[in-house]
Design a protein around this ligand. Structure first.
Ligand SMILES: Cc1cc2nc3c(=O)[nH]c(=O)nc-3n(C[C@H](O)[C@H](O)[C@H](O)COP(=O)(O)OP(=O)(O)OC[C@H]3O[C@@H](n4cnc5c(N)ncnc54)[C@H](O)[C@@H]3O)c2cc1C
Length: 354
């Protein structure tokens, strides 16, 4: 008789773990707090930008997700008033959420094909309500962090979305008055933008960013909403594959880049690692260590960056972009990239100043 396993959270890592376990003859049930695919809260539909080493990732998870990772046609980056058209090579856009065109739906269809069962509107607040050996893949949502004793930091932001028929593009905007950054991505006819930092963001900051976008991007998105979530990047030892008798997957496992808070790539790889922890525990531990090996270093780099005056950080960004590509790559060698599983730092070659 097939062994049963429960997974909490029908997001990226949860569904990837479920598909893998189903293929290994487990009877998998995913408990999801939202009433359907697309996640709790008002985050999605949203569009994300991420570097990903696609072929290596698809091979590792045994699933080809390339149709969901769209290369942007343009990548504009602003460092204060200075704008740059950058080479988008190595970066991809992905849609999250309840729409059929999202990666969530692609995974849902794959999961259904291999017989994964879903229980929607099933919110679990206590991990003790789940059997030992269950996988917890609840992403950036707060409840389980407290419960499992996973150190977390609260991130705050303003987000906006609207329909937009434009070729896929990515915009990043850094400025002295923004703790982290603003990004927006257009893909599959959706525009989503978010300004975020690791402390509360007053409305005036959002309005300032909005005015900048109006002026430089000719963009006026009508509705902005305030959002907050939790990220496991507060402690140099944040990454953990196990918490008590449970297995962690995705962002809550610390498979996140502590510098820019990229989480997609880590969630994808982590789904397979968590599944492996069920049937090949030692191999899973090895993989987890491998993919999170640079977390500490990058956590330290981030702390160091936070101590720099914002003007100096901006200057460093401009200097970095002005360097020849081989020096940039040498400064951020493969082994030091914070994003789990990335081989090469994205090109970020300046095509022209704008
Ligand atoms: C608005 C936004 C923009 C982002 N932009 C980027 C970006 O541009 N690039 C990037 O790399 N990363 C980005 N991230 C981060 C990235 O999306 C996440 O790190 C990643 O998706 C997390 O994947 P996961 O599998 O851990 O969880 P998710 O895919 O978030 O799935 C978690 C699932 O668990 C469910 N759940 C949560 N709590 C419970 C509970 N108690 N009971 C039952 N179900 C529960 C949720 O409803 C959800 O379906 C962004 C995140 C957000 C929210």
């Amino acid at each position: 008789m097939a062994k049963k396993i429960q997974i909490l959270g029908a997001g990226l890592s949860g569904m990837i773990a479920a598909i893998d376990l189903s293929r290994h003859d487990y009877e998998v049930t995913i408990l999801e707090g939202a009433p359907g695919i697309g996640g709790l809260g008002n985050f999605h539909p949203s569009t994300h930008g991420t570097p990903i080493d696609g072929p290596a990732a698809w091979k590792y998870i045994g699933l080809d997700l390339s149709s969901c990772f769209v290369p942007p046609k343009a990548f504009r980056c602003y460092l204060g008033k200075r704008g740059f058209d950058l080479d988008p090579e190595g970066l991809f856009l992905v849609e999250r959420g309840p729409r059929e065109s999202s990666i969530d739906h692609l995974l849902y269809r794959e999961a259904q094909k291999v017989g994964v069962k879903f229980e929607f509107s099933h919110l679990v607040r206590k991990h003790r309500d789940l059997p030992p050996g269950s996988i917890i893949a609840t992403g950036l949502f707060p409840e389980l962090y407290e419960e499992l004793g996973v150190p977390k930091l609260q991130a705050f932001g303003w987000a906006t979305r609207m329909e937009m028929q434009r070729p896929p593009e990515l915009v990043a905007y850094f400025d002295n008055y923004i703790g982290d950054y603003y990004y927006s991505a257009v893909v599959n006819g959706i525009f989503f933008g978010m300004l975020f930092q690791r402390s509360p963001v007053p409305r005036e900051i959002m309005e300032r960013c909005r005015a900048f976008l109006r002026e430089r991007e000719g963009l006026e998105s009508p509705d902005w909403f305030y959002a907050t979530n939790y990220v496991p990047v507060i402690d140099p030892d944040n990454p953990r594959l196990f918490a008590g008798d449970k297995i962690l997957a995705g962002t809550i496992a610390g498979m996140m880049d502590p510098v820019f808070l990229f989480g997609i790539n880590g969630a994808v790889l982590s789904g397979r690692i968590a599944a492996r922890a069920v049937y090949e525990r030692d191999e899973a531990i090895k993989d987890f260590k491998h993919y999170t090996r640079n977390f500490r270093l990058n956590h330290r780099a981030r702390k160091w960056g936070e101590k720099m005056p914002p003007q100096l950080r901006m200057l460093w960004g401009r200097l970095f972009l002005a360097l020849p590509e081989f020096i940039r790559r040498a400064l951020v060698p493969t082994s030091k990239i914070g994003i789990p599983g990335i081989k090469e730092f994205p090109s970020c070659r300046v095509i022209k100043k704008i």
